[in-house]
Write a protein that binds this ligand. Structure first.
Ligand SMILES: *Cc1c(COP(=O)(O)O)cnc(C)c1O
Length: 345
């Protein structure tokens, strides 16, 4: 079989959520947008519900409807994009809670679905989603009379604890929400780590649950192993791969593994990329192709059946560093071609 293997450790996932939840007095939600950061919402969401998550967050109403089918009627499902034109039936039928981002969305919501649950998203400085202070001042009285189930904002620089933007956004959020009788939420993974001032009533971790930075103590959740199709000898002076970008300087053994950039193994990782054969670190040779990668196994004893890309030796953030990216992008790029297996529950 030449199918690459993606194993997802649901026990580690649950342990990460539990650790983040123990860091705060607040209720801990779970962000499962983008198919649970690419790891499979069908398996991930029930595992987090079993661990105690009661409030889930998705990016768009369509994801919310899918999640409702998976989780059944009880958990609250909040939609960051709010109430978009055309969403009313989905929001009603799947009992979703849109996080209202503007006066326009508020009007659409109360006209289309009077009495239906909603939350409020405020912009505390990131300038991405949510109402600005002036807009919020205009709507506040009307919105609060309808009893929002959550009032939230999002931090732009929470992965840099010393960044002045954190306290600035905290102040802005407090200014906009102090004295309000509704649960408040400001923090994703980074904010949870900033400490209790940032926790409010509900936290919204995503990446830390999936094993990524800035949660340094996260257990790895995703494990990727690539099958070796062929091993060949390459003479000094011979080249490997497209564009002849790597030339052998010694008699080398080159393994060709069955995965490539179509599997989210970013081409931009370039010559820094490595895989592992047991305890031996093996360099990627030449360019990463769509479905194949050449790997130096000269120093490996025997012929390995598979090489490890993600596991105990290197994390999503190691790969992200090679590619000038972030762990989030590594996870959400993994793609549909893997043979996926889930361990734990
Ligand atoms: C994605 C997202 C989160 C989760 O962020 P992480 O950094 O993955 O923990 C929380 N809140 C909002 C608004 C988001 O868009």
């Amino acid at each position: 079989m030449a199918q690459a293997q993606l194993s997802i450790d649901l026990t580690a996932l649950r342990a990460n959520w539990r650790s983040l939840s123990e860091m705060a007095q607040a209720e801990t939600g779970a962000v499962v947008k983008a198919d649970a950061y690419g790891l499979g919402v069908e398996q991930v969401a029930p595992a987090l519900a079993a661990e105690g998550a009661r409030r889930f967050f998705v990016a768009i109403a369509e994801e919310g409807a899918e999640l409702r089918r998976i989780l059944g009627p009880r958990p609250e499902i909040c939609v960051f994009s709010g109430h978009m034109a055309g969403d009313a039936a989905l929001i009603r039928d799947a009992q979703l809670t849109p996080m209202i981002n503007s006066i326009d969305q508020m009007l659409r919501h109360v006209e289309g679905l009077p009495g239906h649950a909603f939350g409020i998203q405020l912009d505390s400085g990131m300038n991405r989603l949510g109402m600005e202070p002036a807009e919020w001042r205009a709507l506040r009285g009307i919105a609060l009379a309808q009893k929002p189930s959550l009032i939230m904002s999002h931090l732009a620089c929470a992965d840099e604890p010393a960044h002045p933007m954190n306290t600035q956004q905290l102040r802005s959020f407090v200014d906009m929400t102090d004295g309000i009788d509704a649960p408040r939420s400001l923090s994703a993974t980074g904010g949870v780590l900033l400490g209790p001032d940032y926790h409010f009533d509900v936290t919204r971790p995503g990446i830390g649950v999936y094993g990524g930075l800035p949660f340094l103590d996260a257990r790895p959740v995703a494990f990727v192993d690539l099958p070796v199709i062929q091993i060949r000898e390459v003479l000094p002076g011979e080249t490997v791969g497209y564009g002849n970008t790597w030339t052998a300087e010694r008699l080398s053994r080159v393994a060709t593994v069955a995965a490539g950039y179509a599997d989210g193994i970013l081409r931009s990782m370039g010559h820094q990329a490595h895989l592992w054969a047991g305890e031996t670190r093996c360099a990627v040779l030449g360019r990463i192709s769509m479905d194949l990668i050449g790997v130096d196994v000269t120093d490996v004893t025997g012929d390995p059946d598979t090489l490890e890309l993600l596991g105990t030796h290197q994390s999503i953030d190691t790969l992200a560093d090679w590619a000038g990216s972030i762990g989030y992008e590594i996870l959400t790029s993994l793609g549909a071609r893997y043979n996926r297996s889930y361990t734990g529950a």
